[in-house]
Design a protein around this ligand. Structure first.
Ligand code: 13P
Ligand code: SF4
Length: 392
């Protein structure tokens, strides 16, 4: 039976470095009210020069993203991290699983820093290695393990990526999930294969059904809290997609009724959502794609067009500010930031940079060498996938 092993420590209290959240904060941060924070960040960056490379995910706050040398979605940032072998320090303004991937993709002499260790991801926490190994054993008992290829979303811990590397699987992101599924199905002869998709059931289902033509009833959900995943051997044998019961707490908020409400209020509105949204919301949307896709779509949109965007609010607000010639609204009635992405703020960034200037590496993210070797196999398979997505 699956072991229930989810750390749910309140943010900032306690310490559990295996978890994607719930780790203690350092006590000596500059005050958020310090009027010199911007100047201090600039000065520290200038002192570190080319020794430093700052990566910023699109969901980061404005106060932080202004200091990023490159911005991107998780796929682009993984590639960018691998493309700067000369940088001694990689400061990752994003969340824990992204910093782990950067550590795996960079050389042992490069140091990856996450300015606040509590910047985890609740979705990544929904698949723990023990649970996934239990599921894998259950698939062996059901006689299907040999036909299953594990595919994990980038939004997973390094040990889940390593599990995929060890077991013939691959990592994917929201930019290339369809290409990764093509690759995974091609690993098993005569199309008889199945995919175990971790940890986001929505990205798995949306990609399988809307891009690969797999029927909804060929997708089943593995619930790690239920004996045998809550599935019968017959259901497992008939399934083509075994979706892990995980989701994003931010994208899971968008609802069909707000789509209906906005369509009634703004006739001709375009609904643009991220594939971490539920299948029902994606079905009601006009366009679906990764954060890079969302940005490119808005950049290419005609002036005067109206858009509702279903993704993290920092990005939606930045897009609205950058495109005053278009009307851009948020696809939720309430404020909907990713609370863990927002943990990285200017005081934490200044604290991390000034420590590097002083010769101290704080909040270094390191993946152990065994996990790293196996995870690299799965990450490299992703980086080697053909570039074209069905959406291009
Ligand atoms: P992408 O960066 O792959 O679009 O993923 C979105 C996300 O939720 C990152 O945490
Ligand atoms: Fe995780 Fe969702 Fe936040 Fe991304 S937006 S870091 S998937 S909780």
């Amino acid at each position: 039976m699956a072991t229930i092993d989810l750390p749910l420590l309140p943010l900032g209290k306690g310490r559990d470095l295996d978890a994607e959240r719930g780790v203690e904060c350092p006590g000596d941060l500059p005050a958020a009210s310090d009027p010199d924070l911007v100047e201090r960040a600039r000065a520290a960056k200038a002192t570190l020069g080319d020794r430093l490379f700052v990566l910023g995910h699109h969901y980061q706050r404005d106060e932080v993203i202004q200091f990023a040398d490159v911005t991107g979605d998780s796929f682009k940032l993984a590639r960018d991290a691998a493309g700067r072998p000369d940088a001694e320090f990689i400061v990752f303004c994003g969340v824990h699983f992204m910093a782990e991937s950067a550590d795996i993709l960079t050389s042992p002499t490069q140091r990856v820093v996450l300015p606040d260790l509590a910047a985890g991801c609740s979705m990544a926490d929904m698949a723990r290695l023990r649970q996934v190994e239990d599921a894998w054993d259950a698939m062996a008992d059901a006689g299907i393990q040999d036909s299953v290829v594990p595919v994990t979303y980038m939004n997973s811990s390094a040990d889940i990526k390593a599990f995929c590397g060890r077991n013939g699987g691959v990592v994917c992101t929201s930019s290339n999930a369809d290409v990764a599924l093509d690759w995974a199905f091609a690993q098993k002869l005569a199309g008889a294969g199945k995919i175990l998709f971790l940890p986001d059931q929505h990205l798995g289902r949306n990609t399988a059904v809307l891009q690969m033509g797999i029927a909804l009833d060929e997708c089943v959900v593995w619930d790690p809290r239920q004996p045998g995943g809550g599935l019968t051997a017959d259901e497992l044998q008939k399934a083509r997609m075994i979706l892990w019961k995980g989701h994003c707490s931010v994208h899971g908020r968008f609802s069909e009724d707000v789509v209906d409400e906005l369509r009634a209020k703004h006739p001709g509105i375009n609904i643009l959502v991220h594939p971490e949204c539920t299948h029902e919301v994606v079905l009601k949307a006009d366009l679906v794609g990764s954060t890079e896709f969302i940005i490119k779509t808005i950049e290419a949109a005609e002036p005067g067009t109206v858009w509702a965007i279903g993704t993290e609010l920092n990005l939606v607000k930045r897009l609205a500010d950058a495109h005053p010639d278009k009307t851009i609204v948020f696809l939720d009635r309430n404020v909907c930031y990713c609370s863990t992405m927002n943990r990285i703020d200017l005081p934490h960034l200044v604290w991390a940079l000034e420590n590097l200037v002083a010769g101290q590496v704080v909040n270094q993210i390191t993946v152990d060498s065994e996990t790293e070797a196996d995870a690299l196999v799965a990450l490299q398979r992703m980086l080697d996938l053909p570039g074209k997505s069905h959406r291009d």
